[in-house]
Design a protein around this ligand. Structure first.
Ligand code: SF4
Ligand code: SF4
Length: 140
């Protein structure tokens, strides 16, 4: 399974920063390219301030020198469920799918159960109920 560290570098962006192909990194066992989570830019609202391009560490955005616009160049590099760029965008130009989409995906993929299995060994035994010590609070 690929991790962000071992995926190939696929080029450089307009600021000469390395771009990795994070679309190869699965999300909790799911193929990243099967998950439609990434920003779209409403160019009627975009002021080309560059915040999204400069701050996203996953290189989802690039700057198209020809058109003078910020573009979503690597949508599947986007971290599933992240919306940092939309929170920072001063004009509200960045849109994402509804949070319900991610909640459904997470439930379907039993994300809470998987996460609890990872943290339960850290939990003091007296904080776990008898049932939880056998399975997880999110088990079937
Ligand atoms: S942060 Fe918003 S306004 Fe600035 S370049 Fe990105 S989309 Fe455009
Ligand atoms: S949501 Fe996060 S990972 Fe995705 S493009 Fe915006 S800042 Fe980058």
């Amino acid at each position: 399974m690929s991790t962000p560290k071992d995926v190939p570098t696929i080029g450089k962006d307009a600021l000469d920063r390395e771009v990795k192909d994070l679309s190869k990194v699965p999300w909790w066992g799911m193929e990243r390219t099967k998950i439609e989570w990434y920003p779209t830019i409403d160019y009627n609202k975009c002021a080309t301030c560059g915040i999204c391009f400069v701050t996203c560490g996953r290189r989802v955005f690039d700057f198209d020198k020809k058109s003078g616009k910020v573009v979503v160049a690597h949508p599947y590099n986007c971290m599933v469920a992240c919306q940092t760029c939309a929170n920072l965008c001063p004009t509200g130009a960045l849109k994402f799918p509804s949070p319900e989409y991610i909640k459904e995906l997470s439930a379907k993929n039993k994300l809470a159960k998987k996460a609890f299995e990872i943290i339960s060994p850290l939990m003091p035994k007296d904080k776990l109920s008898e049932k939880e010590t056998e399975t997880t609070p999110y088990g079937e």
